[in-house]
Ligand binder design. Sequence first.
Ligand SMILES: Cc1ncc(COP(=O)(O)O)c(C=O)c1O
Length: 404
Amino acid sequence: MTQQSQRPAFAGWLSTTNDITRTFLAANRVPGLINMAGGLPEPATFPTAELAAIAADAVRDHAPEVLGYGPAEGLPELRDALARRFSSRDLTLTRENVFVTSAGMQGLDLVGKVLLEPGQLIACQYPTYLGALDAWRPRSPTYRNLVIDDPAFDAFSALDGAQFAYTVPNFSNPTGKLVSVETRQALVDAAHRTGTWLVEDDPYGTLHYDGKPLPRMIDLSARTNPGAPYAGPVVYMGTLSKEIAPGLRVGWVIAAPAFIEALAMAKLGADLCTSGLTQRIALAAIEAGLLEKIQPTILDTYRQRRDALCAAMREHLSDWLEWEVPVGGMFVWAVGRDPSLNTDDLLKHAMAAGVCVAPSSVFDATGMNRRALRINFTLNDASRLAEGAKRLARAFEAMRDPKK
Ligand SMILES: Cc1ncc(COP(=O)(O)O)c(C=O)c1O
């Protein structure tokens, strides 16, 4: 008889993920399915010709740098360019305040690595970006939900005692909502008073379709010590994923120098350094004004798609769902009129009807919130969005009357 060797079990946190997440992450590969689940940009907005030329120049002119290893903190010239880009009347940044990441997801991962002991408390804007919950899952944190638009929200008690607080103040993922200036200020004041790090995750800040941008929390925080290089409690995170192309995998963290040093230690154990090639491409794109050049097209495209989705939802889905039209970002957050709606169940009917949306359970650390849906409007054109809304209505009907 051959002896079966006993392989060690996989780490326990792996069993705390769920099938729902896998279902909608795989949606892109299902033929005919309309994918309104992910936060995916429209590929036609990628500036491919410009990026191809920049990439060719980068390899030709900077071969040792772009093909070799680089510093963990990032390409010095890119750190300087980002320091210039985010410095403002209130906020003084130097290279030491800037850390380049392999896009926003790595920023979230490294923040968890440098701040969390197993089981510690994170105060999270609720509902919470699924990727952030996934990034911190290996540390098995505990969560305090920050329901920021609750009139009783008190920023001090929200942050007090947490290792860090996590917010997406601009067009939050998943709700698409903006955090008001008053609440931003209250969160910043609370971070200064409690000493809690305040993570301001801002991938959508430039995707503003109506009205004016609101001040960043890191700028509000810098007002307490004007002129000095930033050393406060806000940890500001950004990415090129929604502004140019997610395939570049370039993002940044802007924070106090001590925080940047801690991130560098963690990055050595992650990927050593972000790709020198994509950092060079990012630098050249920023210096050539490519972001500003493509922004009007991106905003026009996404504004029209938001309006198309909301019109189709009004036509087909208003019996079941209610929502606010978002002023920016990539998502409509639609809440069931019926409090007993279970969007995990709805997703099964939606997949059968040929449309995929993201159910609210995945944006809740406890998985308990089943009443809402996150619907993306940036990836599909108006006619597919309309068809997607129709298919979703069919899914609601099928759920009400399974024999249909
Ligand atoms: C709130 C939020 N943070 C971070 C990210 C990470 O994006 P990336 O890793 O592509 O920069 C996303 C992506 O959708 C997001 O919605």
